[in-house]
Write a protein that binds this ligand. Structure first.
Ligand SMILES: [Zn+2]
Length: 350
């Protein structure tokens, strides 16, 4: 059952134990970074409880109509503005629904609808499941409405709150839910899932994506590899101009490209890319082993750059990038600031 899902072995074990003794709490809080599979685990749990022919009374069979319909639940985007604001989103299974924020908030109306629905007996399955995505977006009114449901939920209703920011929830909500913590996935786990999901992907490309994903399978699956490689090449060029060729003209050209108005949305991803590359160069200059690098496949180039500078200088670059990013928040001219950043980074002494 949970074996189809990547990583988080401890979570799988505790959910299996709950299922085996038939003590799945009425309210669960799935906490962990974006893209580690929290929603998929929630759906898997709904599937296990509602399965019509469970294997050994615990595992979902993945074949009965109930399992199949829950597996097809992709929770499509809403069709109208009105739907967005008010409704729960129902899956293909009449007992499994999702609540998600609209305009950064989960409106109180949705929690009232949930309260009504939570009190109904299951339509066709054994239990009703309500997933609350980005539960940290509950405001005061919707939190209070949810608390009413959490006080005495029917035994056939399960609420699963999903969030990457559990600290933003009201303490009273947290204390009424059983918290299940999800860990980021290892690069090896992500690489394995990528290769399973995309048969045409080469192992070395899967490796690159896995290391770039920061432990999020969601991010790994949605990254455009060609664009990523291009970004990386451009930023590696910047490092090369800083440390190896010391070519200021090339640096200023790179700054100009980075600030190209046609690629405004790429500015921040490129700056982050530069940051991860600098971080790797710094790690290399301190003698860190290859496994600790984000860009393991570029080890040779990074070592070549790392050998040309003192680790102190790479550390200074990280601070300079950080300061630059904070300056951009106060609406400073991006091009002027980027020129200044690259020139400051090109100074040998800081
Ligand atoms: Zn089944």
């Amino acid at each position: 059952m949970f074996s189809r899902l990547a990583g988080n072995q401890r979570v799988k074990e505790s959910l299996r134990r709950m299922l085996a003794v038939r003590r799945v709490p009425g309210a669960l809080l799935f906490a962990g970074e974006e893209g580690v599979g929290k929603k998929l685990f929630a759906l898997e749990l709904a599937k296990a409880i509602n399965c019509r022919t469970p294997i050994e009374e615990v595992e979902a069979c993945d074949r009965c109509p109930s399992c199949l319909r829950i597996m097809r639940s992709s929770f499509p985007a809403h069709t109208s503005e009105d739907d967005n604001k008010k409704k729960l989103v129902w899956s293909e299974h009449r007992d499994v629904a999702l609540v998600r924020p609209y305009n950064r908030n989960i409106a109180v109306d949705k929690m009232r609808e949930l309260e009504r629905e939570a009190n109904f007996r299951p339509f066709e399955g054994k239990a009703r499941f309500f997933l609350i995505e980005d539960a940290d977006r509950l405001n005061e009114a919707s939190s209070n409405a949810l608390l009413k449901t959490l006080e005495e939920p029917p035994t056939t209703t399960h609420l699963i709150l999903i969030t990457s920011r559990p600290a933003s929830l009201l303490p009273t909500i947290r204390s009424r839910s059983q918290v299940i913590r999800f860990a980021p996935l290892s690069a090896t786990e992500i690489e394995k899932r990528l290769l399973e999901a995309n048969k045409t992907l080469s192992q070395s490309d899967a490796q690159v994506l896995a290391h770039a994903s920061g432990g999020s399978i969601g991010r790994a699956l949605s990254t455009d590899l060609a664009a990523y490689q291009e970004q990386r090449k451009a930023m590696l060029g910047v490092l090369d101009a800083l440390a190896v060729t010391k070519d200021r003209a090339r640096l200023l050209r790179a700054a100009e490209e980075l600030c190209d108005a046609k690629r405004k949305d790429e500015y921040e991803p490129r700056l982050s890319m530069l940051e991860t590359l600098v971080h790797d160069v710094w790690a290399v200059s301190l003698g860190a082993p290859a496994e600790q690098l984000t860009h393991q496949d570029l080890r040779e180039q990074l070592t070549r750059i790392g050998q040309r500078l003192e680790s102190r200088r790479a550390a200074r670059w990280l601070t300079q990038i950080d300061t630059h990013r904070r300056q951009l928040e106060v609406n400073i001219n991006r091009k002027v600031a980027t020129d200044a950043l690259f020139l400051a980074m090109s100074e040998e002494q800081g």
